[in-house]
Design a protein around this ligand. Structure first.
Ligand code: SF4
Length: 185
């Protein structure tokens, strides 16, 4: 198991003196389950296992994106198996490949169309820093125009690196604040 455990824990309490069998008072070695009292923790746990990626795919990193999405690497284990092809239905923007200056406004528009909460992964060195494209046409990293939550290096990154990136993002989500939920409840 990785990341944070399910926020349901077992506890064993000793029976208080005088407790009889069958009473409502917990007996010795009785096992109880309770949910965390922190809403942030519970919501973070649920959200980290229900990621809906939107693949913004522009270049050769797409081959590795297809590899990591296939059955061999099974991203379903991380709750991130179903790509959405509308940004309005997605909460994880995966920017896969080189982004040119001309594509930058399109990427920004896609990001703005996503509802909160949302996260961004820079998939490969081109999305992270422009990679070896040191020229006037390429964007030297997508964080020049949108915030990035997780950077996955490599040209292209191996599927294991992408999975590691997803797991680190899950940790970030689980440990983060979820203020919209807190305000409403
Ligand atoms: S990081 Fe490498 S594989 Fe990925 S888009 Fe750039 S040049 Fe292609």
């Amino acid at each position: 198991m990785y990341g944070k455990q399910l926020p349901i824990v077992d506890v064993t309490r000793p029976a208080p003196a005088g407790a009889s069998a069958g009473s409502a008072t917990p007996g010795k070695h009785a096992t109880f389950e309770y949910l965390t009292t922190r809403k942030d923790e519970l919501v973070g746990w649920a959200r980290k296992f229900s990621l809906f990626p939107y693949p913004f795919v522009t270049a050769c990193c797409a081959m590795e994106f297809m590899a990591v999405s296939a059955s061999n690497y099974d991203t379903d284990r991380f709750g991130a198996a179903l790509p959405r092809f509308s940004p309005r239905q997605a909460d994880l923007l995966m920017v896969v490949g080189t982004v040119t200056q001309k594509q930058a406004p399109i990427l920004l528009k896609v990001y703005e169309q996503m509802c909160e909460p949302k996260w961004v992964m820079a998939f490969g060195v081109c999305a992270t820093s422009g990679g070896f494209y040191q020229n006037y046409a390429s964007l030297p990293g997508i964080d020049r125009i949108i915030p990035v939550d997780i950077y996955v290096p490599g040209c292209p990154p191996r599927p294991e690196m992408v999975i590691d990136g997803i797991m680190r993002l899950q940790e970030k989500i689980a440990n983060g604040r979820h203020p919209i939920i807190n305000d409403r409840f």
